[in-house]
Write a protein that binds this ligand. Sequence first.
Ligand code: PLP
Length: 250
Amino acid sequence: MVPLCIPEIRGNEWKYIKECLDTNWVSSVGSYVDKFERDFSDFVKAKFAVVTVNGTSALHLALKVLGIGHGDEVIVPSMTFIAPVNAVKYVGAEPVFVDICRDTFVMDADKIEELITSKTKAILPVHIYGNAVDMDKVMEIAGKYNLYVIEDATESLGTLYRDRYTGTIGHMGCFSFNGNKLITTGAGGMLVTNDEKIGEKAKFLSTQAKITLENKGFFHPEIGYNYRMPNILAAMGCAQLENIEEYIQI
Ligand SMILES: Cc1ncc(COP(=O)(O)O)c(C=O)c1O
């Protein structure tokens, strides 16, 4: 058996987590949550990053932010871990499966176009096992048919496609920090985007779609989610990121 990745915990993880415990900043409001988003977006060179409780919730948020739902179709690869397909079903849309490449196991971009219908709203390439999908082709098709592209980069943190990190090429990219990923927070995820509106909406939906009123009451104009990562896990993420270049080499 060849594992995807195994956890490497050899940096400041204990120190940063202890600081959270010592100061009682354990839940999803805390300095490490914001720092992890900043450090992560700096690393992948994306404008916005929204940290989540896992990669599946990042995928779910991405679809919700774009308003994808009942009656819509999303093109997904026929071989992938099931999470992106589940996320499409969570929002009531239909996954449409495209064949994969024999050599890399990722979606075959040359077979996407024949699957596009009037219901197609997005393409969801999954960069499985660190192999990048042909993003030039995916973006060309998306532009031609006016489709969104949500990259599942959960297995490809650190993979460069030309000179950009996978997850930063489409409209949104999703990452996972599960224990079998390049860096881990035990469980965790991140949504990145270069679009400010998308970034703000994702953060809003991930924090119960909450607006704090002047009288300190909460107003919820739509259904939100409790998807924000707790500070303890974000502290671990910050420590993991400090050594990411080394882990990419291993
Ligand atoms: C391709 C792929 N997508 C999505 C996920 C979901 O991530 P998470 O387990 O953090 O929800 C995983 C792995 O766990 C994955 O391998």
